[in-house]
Design a protein around this ligand. Structure first.
Ligand code: ADP
Ligand code: ADP
Length: 238
């Protein structure tokens, strides 16, 4: 489903490869956690899959389509199937939970005037449904600033759900949350993952969280893939 061959990603002016000749195939249904120390290449790996970061060489095939050479217009279409969940939530300040949920998801540009007028009744219905799934219906009309970290990430997840994703990419989605909230966010992601039979690829700092939730763990060191296996095979120092 997602097949990566000999991927190299190097930042301009850098002497080292941030991702260094990585090959692997990830399948639908797998909940993959990505481990590695800070600077190991986790974020670069995630961002090269949806081409927020342009790979230097190698191939990425998603459902048979080669992504590294796809036009930006076609890539935008592909990105509707690949949603990204960020560490810092990427919410739009001063807008409500409901506005944030709808705005990112349907690709309308944020507007502070008459915002909900932009959305069709069907989009609003789906927005409410997404907020139900993440447990935020009671907070729909609150400004996002008023939310806790865990609630903010739930808004990010609700927005992602509206795109009917096939692939969820998580770039340290719980790195700024406390352990108990992190666990709840992983529970939610896993539940959505299972209900929708997705492929999920999620960077995480905490080995224990990865071991508890992942069906497969991969780990990077200095841009190289140093582990690919089952959670119970993971060495705690990874
Ligand atoms: P991780 O997510 O595991 O912390 P990153 O993917 O952020 O790792 O970083 C991998 C490597 O790429 C590191 O050596 C880092 O310093 C380098 N790097 C990351 N972002 C940039 C950038 N914008 N410019 C140059 N080098 C970068
Ligand atoms: P925090 O602890 O930072 O407030 P949580 O992630 O624990 O954030 O919860 C965020 C919101 O989601 C809360 O309003 C809570 O009532 C709701 N919530 C928590 N767990 C669930 C769940 N399993 N199902 C539905 N809603 C939930």
């Amino acid at each position: 489903m997602l097949s990566i061959s000999d991927l190299v990603v190097r930042y301009p002016k850098s002497k080292e490869n941030a991702i260094d000749h990585v090959s692997l195939t990830l399948n639908k249904g797998e909940f993959v956690c990505v481990l590695g120390k800070s600077g190991a290449g986790k974020s670069t790996f995630i961002r090269s899959i949806n081409r927020l970061m342009q790979p230097s060489s190698g191939l990425i095939k998603w459902d048979g389509t080669e992504l590294t050479t796809l036009s930006e217009a076609k890539m935008r279409q592909v990105r509707t199937e690949m949603v990204m969940i960020f560490q810092h939530f990427n919410l739009i300040p001063r807008m409500t939970v409901f506005q944030n949920t709808l705005t990112g998801a349907f690709g309308h540009r944020p507007s502070y005037k008459n915002l909900l007028g932009l959305f069709t009744a069907e989009e609003k219905r789906r927005g409410i449904e997404a907020l139900e799934q993440v447990g935020l219906t009671d907070h729909a009309d609150k400004r996002v600033e008023a939310l806790s970290g865990g609630q903010k990430q739930r808004v990010g997840i609700a927005r992602a759900l509206l795109q009917s994703p096939k692939l969820i990419l998580g770039d340290e989605p719980v790195a700024s949350l406390d352990p108990s909230t992190s666990r709840k966010i992983f529970e939610l992601l896993k539940k959505i993952h299972e209900e929708r039979e997705l492929l999920s690829i999620i960077n995480v700092h905490d080995v224990n969280l990865a071991k508890e939730f992942a069906t497969r763990i991969i780990a990077f060191r200095d841009g190289q893939l140093i582990f690919d296996g089952k959670p119970d095979e993971v060495d705690d120092k990874m």
